[in-house]
Design a protein around this ligand. Structure first.
Ligand SMILES: NC(=O)c1ccc[n+]([C@@H]2O[C@H](COP(=O)([O-])OP(=O)(O)OC[C@H]3O[C@@H](n4cnc5c(N)ncnc54)[C@H](O)[C@@H]3O)[C@@H](O)[C@H]2O)c1
Ligand SMILES: O=C(O)C(=O)C[C@@H](O)[C@H](O)[C@H](O)COP(=O)(O)O
Ligand SMILES: [Zn+2]
Length: 363
């Protein structure tokens, strides 16, 4: 399959997403088409460093660029303010300035933190996304949400800072551990539920090819998700009208699960899988959707090796943590709930007793 290019049309902040197999060596050319900077701050994590970031750095150097490689510890625990301060100070010490460009090579953790570094260093430098996990390729590298966690609340400090461009090479997914691959599929299933019933059906019919990481299937899946996300972001870049909030399906629950486990026990995608089932059960409980729609989500998620039942949580604690959700407005929690497969709505018409009942497994 040839490399495909999608456009995220955000006027002066618009950018391309290039998706293909074996695209990584094109990184210097991809950057040069979008920036005249000769200084790249390449941010990666301790796993991706040797796997891909070294090579990306070499491609940039071969193209005549000066490269500083900054490596953070792999994992969600790194998405915090201390790591941010380290990155800012190292950049300063290494001579980065307003003429530098940040390149994020890694998963969603690297993309979110490097993007926030780019948004804030010298009040903002451009950045390039080179996502290397499935989750980052289908979701986090597109749309410009960047930031870090506090112990109490996920992604609570951040910015909207769109990248210069997104370069996706699906070949790198070959080295992704199975659990990380599955976690990315949770966000993929999300797109089907929130806005594309035929895509949900496609996923149901292609579980084997997906689990086998068939390259053409993955390119199609990544491209479909990027197109759907770009369409939503184009309509509501900064989550002001409620349209972009649909991308948060399952996340009111998921983010509370992640904070309750100190970001150390659950992958984001695993929490999203459990959160989507809770949200669908909540929708069922208040009469928005039928039981079969929830059951189909559970079956698809399980076929993709994802968890569908919350851990043994303290329900009251989870409910309390949910109030840190950024969709809270007018003193009310707002949930993204399905009305059928392929359609969701944002609603605050939910009683606390119903939420707690779902958390206690009383679906
Ligand atoms: N900004 C957004 O719109 C957005 C959207 C969804 C999720 N997120 C955020 O993304 C984060 C999760 O991202 P993630 O799931 O990519 O996790 P991650 O960045 O922690 O990466 C997962 C693991 O895979 C390793 N890895 C990365 N690429 C690899 C490869 N090709 N081969 C082998 N190992 C590889 C990493 O080192 C890490 O250990 C969360 O913090 C979540 O909040 C942000
Ligand atoms: O891009 C968005 O908008 C999303 O909601 C995508 C989510 O998958 C992602 O996890 C995002 O980081 C959550 O955003 P938040 O605003 O709830 O922190
Ligand atoms: Zn997410």
């Amino acid at each position: 399959m040839p490399t495909r290019t999608l456009r995220v049309d955000l006027k002066e902040r618009g950018y391309d997403i290039a998706i293909g197999s074996g695209t990584l060596p094109q990184c210097a050319e991809f950057l040069a088409e979008r920036s005249s900077s000769s200084h790249v701050v390449l941010i990666t994590d301790s796993n991706v460093d040797e796997l891909y970031a070294d090579a990306v750095g070499d491609y940039f150097v071969e193209a005549g660029l000066e490269v500083e490689l900054l490596v953070i510890e792999a994992g969600e625990e790194s998405k915090n303010a201390d790591v941010l301060i380290d990155l800012w100070q190292t950049m300063l010490a290494e001579g980065a300035d307003r003429g530098s460009v940040v390149a994020a090579v890694g998963g969603g953790v690297v993309g979110d933190i490097a993007g926030f570094v780019a948004a804030t260093f010298t009040r903002g430098v451009p950045f390039l996304q080179i996502p290397t996990t499935l989750l980052a390729q289908v979701d986090s590298s597109v749309g410009g949400k960047v930031g870090v966690n506090l112990p109490e609340a996920k992604n609570i400090v951040g910015a909207f800072w769109q990248p210069l461009g997104v370069l996706i090479d699906v070949d790198v997914l070959g080295t992704l551990p199975a659990g990380e691959f599955a976690a990315g599929m949770a966000e993929v299933v999300k797109y089907g539920v929130i806005m594309d019933e035929p895509f949900f059906e496609y996923l149901e019919s292609n579980v084997d090819a997906i689990n086998a990481r068939d390259s053409e299937t993955l390119q199609y899946v990544v491209e479909r998700c990027c197109r759907l996300k770009a369409d939503v972001v184009q309509e509501d870049e900064r989550e002001e009208t409620g349209r972009r909030a649909i991308l948060n399906y399952g996340h009111t629950f998921a983010h509370a699960f992640e904070a309750a486990t100190q970001y150390g026990k659950l992958l984001h995608g695993e929490a999203v899988a459990m959160g989507m089932v809770c949200a669908s059960q909540l929708a069922e409980r208040i009469g928005l959707i039928d039981a079969q729609a929830t059951q189909r989500q559970i079956e698809l998620l399980e076929a993709l090796s994802l968890p569908t039942r919350p851990l043994e949580f303290d329900s009251e604690e989870i409910y309390r943590l949910m109030w840190h959700d950024k969709k809270v407005a007018d003193g009310k929690l707002r949930f993204v709930l399905p009305t059928r497969l392929g359609e969701v709505k944002l609603t605050s018409a939910v009683k606390s007793g119903d939420v707690i009942a779902i958390l206690e497994g009383d679906a």
